[in-house]
Design a protein around this ligand. Sequence first.
Ligand SMILES: Cc1cc2nc3c(=O)[nH]c(=O)nc-3n(C[C@H](O)[C@H](O)[C@H](O)COP(=O)(O)OP(=O)(O)OC[C@H]3O[C@@H](n4cnc5c(N)ncnc54)[C@H](O)[C@@H]3O)c2cc1C
Length: 380
Amino acid sequence: MVWNEEGFLIPQVDEDACISCGVCVKKCPALQPAPARDDKPRHAVPTYGAWNRGLEVHRASSSGGVFTALAEWTISQGGCVFGVVWKDKETAIFTKAETMEEVLPMRGSKYIMADPQGAFRSVREELRKGRRVLFVGTPCQVNALRSFLVKSYENLLTVDIVCHGVPSRVLWQKYIQETELRAGRELSHVSFRDKDEHWLRYNLTAHFVDGYKYSEFYGENVFMRLFLSDVALNRCCYCCRYAGVPRQGDLTLGDFWGVQNYHPDWPLREGIGALLVNTPAGDAALKAVRSAVECREVPFSEVYAGQDLLHDKGKGRIHPNRSALMSSMAKLNLPELRDRYVGTVLIGPWAVSRTSLMGKLFLKACKLLQKLNRRAGGIL
Ligand SMILES: Cc1cc2nc3c(=O)[nH]c(=O)nc-3n(C[C@H](O)[C@H](O)[C@H](O)COP(=O)(O)OP(=O)(O)OC[C@H]3O[C@@H](n4cnc5c(N)ncnc54)[C@H](O)[C@@H]3O)c2cc1C
């Protein structure tokens, strides 16, 4: 896998090493038929609002802290955990944790594409030894792991996270450079989901090597605005084959957005996780961590209402400004990219507001063209 110029990992065949066995094509999840959609009524998915009973863990996690409870249980059973850590401030990678100390850096969402490196092979080795393995990743990564493993293992527990899509790593690198330049200090690491103020009004907090830290409301932060406005995601995220139900993991973890409308008395400040139980293995794992996790069953519709990425179509269409943004990433800084590409659509050389009549008509035309393209067999 190599990083392309847009900042996403893509497969590249090393022609010198290739023996033309065709396994890469046979196994590539993107080249397999799309996973079947559920014909069961959605309310059949057991759904919970969930949070870790340990306040410290709860506060340190992005959402409800259910991941840490699952990891703790796996380690206590002599198993190991595969999750995502920062390799350096620019790169997120999958690693294996054997102890809770090694699990701690996995906590917290890293809003960037994580490099699986050799993790899938390592998962297979551990499974073959008969050890319990917990693997947590995006739905496409869980699907890829299952495709790689070929057979199913009783000692494997997979968890997919509800995924917004991954933003460009080039954008992330630009954020680091520009933040360091502005602050005149070297960045050490970033917490994308700092809940010190409130889970619903979380901050992005940048920590610097000299101990200085700087927090910014996610809605004001330039990187988060570009990420959450969908203008700089990986191309395949716009038509994600793994959004919707059924899910790829035994369990699904996400944020319970909108929970304040149904359960205002729950600990909203620390954050409520949404938990879907997709398989009997997921159900057994949930029973095993019940003493560490507060779990309240809710109708699936409550979680579904706040999560576009649980809807079958996901985003459904590529952002009309994506190509323009990608081609100007080298020339413009992040605030310039935000001003130009978020909240506006580009019609030729003109940046027109998305909510103006012209903008609305243009977006409708784009949608129609993409629909026709999809019908003709194109991906987008
Ligand atoms: C790129 C991305 C997009 C997301 N989009 C949404 C969304 O739209 N809606 C929503 O409800 N939730 C989303 N989440 C999930 C959410 O932020 C929480 O991770 C999830 O609710 C679990 O919370 P927790 O408190 O139990 O776990 P935490 O303690 O926060 O643990 C996070 C887990 O996520 C894994 N992880 C972290 N970064 C990555 C990564 N880059 N790739 C793969 N795995 C990673 C870690 O290994 C760990 O297992 C997203 C997460 C990521 C990484």
